[in-house]
Design a protein around this ligand. Sequence first.
Ligand code: NAD
Length: 488
Amino acid sequence: MTSSPAELQNFVAGSFVEGTATFENTNPVDGSLVSLIHEADRGIVDAAVVGARAALNGPWGSSTVAERAALLRRIADGIESRFDEFVTAEVADTGKPLALAEQMDVTRALVNFRTFADIISTAGTESFLTDTAGGGTALNYAVRKPLGVVAIIVPWNLPLLLLTWKVAPALACGNAVVVKPSEDTPSTATLLAEVIRDAGAASGVYNVVHGFGGNSAGQFLTEHPGINGVTFTGASATGSTIMRTVAPRLLPVSFELGGKNAALVFDDCDVERAVEGLTRSVFTNTGQVCLCTERVYIQRGVYKEVVAGLVEKAKGLRLGRPGAEGTTTGPLISDKHRVKVQGAFATALTEGAEVLVGGGVPDLGADLAGGSWIEPTLWAGLDNSASVMRDEIFGPVAGLVPFDTEEEGIHLANDTDYGLAASVWSSNIDRAHRVARRMEVGISWVNTWYLRDLRSPFGGSGLSGIGREGGQHSLNFYTELTNVCVAS
Ligand code: NAD
């Protein structure tokens, strides 16, 4: 006899509420059922937005910076005290290796809250003394006010990390939020509701509505007249849909979207370090990080050596259950996503790819046959005219391409509609600075990848997004500034 699956409800104005329908949340490791999710209809989304507005009109609306910073710190402590529950929930939804969920996802979630507690506690605003025509002065100073009810819509790849990256600064600035986690990874957003409630947040400050995108909770939320802004992480096409939805109301948006990120590997790099870093940047989280590298341009002098190193590392990755000894790599998020990645694998062959490693679905035995597994894959033989070198795949795959001159490498890396991240591998400090600055992206790493300082700007250009979050940039999005001008 099996026990009935857990049911996850919406969190609206301080209470868990049932949905009008339920849908299944499955584990991509083996296809087993994780939980039943209560889907929010328009009425539930409306109650969440109304609840958020009521919170803003209550004591939360006049909370002090010190009170909000203290709340954020209690939330971080709450996540820490339930650390293993968060890890278990994230792993069940995503299938990612346990160590990755611990080190990347859940640790970063509590760091997000602590960092924005610090940032809001020390943030100032601009002030200017202005000379006036009559020989006097005027004092101009800016005052921050919350944006209001903020809709937060996030994807499935780093569910809690990306959610808290937005919730933490939004609450630090005094907003109330309605969050819509991905239909594929609803668990940690729901657990966070308990933590935020137990940390003492007023009812309505944090609301969760579950469901899908179009014609479901995502669309209902962005269409709602009571929201004051949308912050969204996800696919570029979805960003464009959301932008159209909110355009008539001219709502502010912050978009962190897709990428087709390049790495530039120069002859003068530390090859071992570059291979190690590139292995991480191509394959971490089964390639399902917006910052992952899908195009690797390698200067001809080290091409063979770097390719051989990457192929060897790819062969050394261990696919398996999240907690199993030695597991480095989990499955893709879903069968639906695997169909997309397999489609890219097939297209690559028609476009002339030479498969150096991978390229198919691995046989991991009957136990894992129901999972969304895919082989880590590297291609040679493609150039930038191939669609698989232009369109985001979001899987454990990259094309390896030789180049000759620095100028050619820069051109190839920038030859994309996206503009999220790049990495430059070189031991020549002048070249490293020179090339890194010329990358047309939001973040350009030198001899590293995914090293983040949460005070620094984060975001992308082109199809990769609109705006920047991080540090002061987050405060700017989550607040409205009023400039006060006092003549004397
Ligand atoms: P997605 O756009 O399909 O879904 C993201 C979220 O949007 C989900 O919660 C979904 O339900 C919701 N949604 C979908 N359609 C909607 C609509 N019409 N209205 C409102 N909400 C809607 O993206 P995904 O497949 O979940 O995530 C993968 C994508 O996210 C990749 O493109 C990846 O590069 C991108 N991403 C970007 C960053 C970044 O920081 N730039 C970080 C992580 C992921």
